[in-house]
Design a protein around this ligand. Structure first.
Ligand code: SER
Length: 316
């Protein structure tokens, strides 16, 4: 039995995915890899953990070889807001890194999970209930790297038979590791600041509505598509995926139900234009039909759960 490699293991999704994978696969090595040497405690304590630069192809090939990797969750990437500040870094990391991982997977016959994003869509795409195959002309370098990445995955599947599977994640709301450098970060941050300080200045307008998902559902989606029988995964670019859509104002109102003295103000910055170019809701019927996608959390149940989890952590 080979090992499972997770790149971006210190990140928002990676830090929780590694823990879940180690729980699911007690007899298999789950190798947590990140550029950063600072892994979250839950990841750090268990191991094996390694430092990896995904833009270094030789290093990636060596890691696959040394650890006998047969499955990789390639999560390392630069998000949309940081991407606009550092476009070359975003392209090199997101596309160079993916290329290196797909090459190593091809050489070793490994399976690949790679996250795409709602950012593949742009101002010309329908914004409501955006279909799987809508026009994809994004306005960010991040979105461009995700479109190119999807095409690269599709190419590796058809040309080389690499079993690569992907979903277009909406904004992910997490409690363990907050997102960094993205446009949808305000959602997770609003919960955190509501508990920590009782106030938050949100960087998008009150009426900004985006598709979102609670982290347990994001992890469930990764496992569902990876567990699906290969013939059911007919889309090898990436599947539309969502759980809920809400505006920043509706999120604040949901938090008020639990923390009545929470103060939220709205001061849009450059991330507003990015948010305005993305869908407000997503049609994920193909993910539901092909491999049984079905999220567990809506805005109300996510809010109840995350405030409990964050409250316990902050009170500790
Ligand atoms: N959450 C990402 C971002 O905001 C979108 O996929 O950049």
């Amino acid at each position: 039995m080979g090992s499972v490699l997770v790149t971006g293991a210190a990140g928002q999704i990676g830090s929780e995915l590694v823990v879940e994978l180690r729980r699911r696969l007690p007899d298999q090595a789950v190798v947590a890899a990140d550029l950063s040497t600072k892994l979250p405690p839950g990841v750090q304590e268990q191991g094996p953990n390694i430092t990896v630069d995904v833009t270094d192809g030789a290093q990636i090939a060596r890691v696959f070889e040394e650890h006998g990797v047969d499955t990789v969750y390639h999560l390392a990437g630069i998000l949309s807001a940081t991407g606009e500040q550092k476009p070359r870094l975003a392209w090199n990391t997101n596309i160079g890194g993916l290329y290196n991982v797909l090459e190593a997977a091809r050489t070793r016959g490994a399976r690949v999970f790679w996250p795409s994003s709602i950012s593949v869509f742009g101002p010309d795409s329908p914004r409501v209930n955006t279909p799987q195959n809508a026009v994809m002309i994004p306005s960010t370098i991040y979105g461009a790297s995700k479109v190119a990445g999807e095409l690269l995955c599709n190419y590796y599947y058809h040309r080389f038979g690499v079993d690569v599977r992907s979903v277009r994640y909406p904004g992910i709301v997490s409690s363990e590791t907050l997102p960094g450098g993205g446009t949808t970060d305000y959602a997770a941050r609003m919960y955190y600041e509501a508990i920590e300080r009782g106030q938050y200045t949100c960087f998008v307008r009150r009426d900004t509505t985006l598709p979102m998902m609670y982290i347990p559902d994001a992890i469930k989606a990764a496992f569902s598509i990876m567990d699906a029988e290969s013939g059911r995964v007919t889309i090898r670019t990436s599947y539309n995926l969502t759980a809920m859509s809400f505006s920043a104002g509706e999120l604040a109102e949901e938090i008020w139900k639990h923390i009545p003295n929470f103060e939220c103000t709205f001061e849009p910055d450059f991330r507003q234009a990015i948010a305005d170019s993305w869908p407000v809701s997503i049609d994920d019927s193909l993910a539901r039909a092909h491999w049984g996608w079905n999220p567990d959390y809506d805005l109300s149940s996510m809010t109840t759960d995350i405030l409990r989890v964050l409250g316990e952590r902050i009170r500790k």
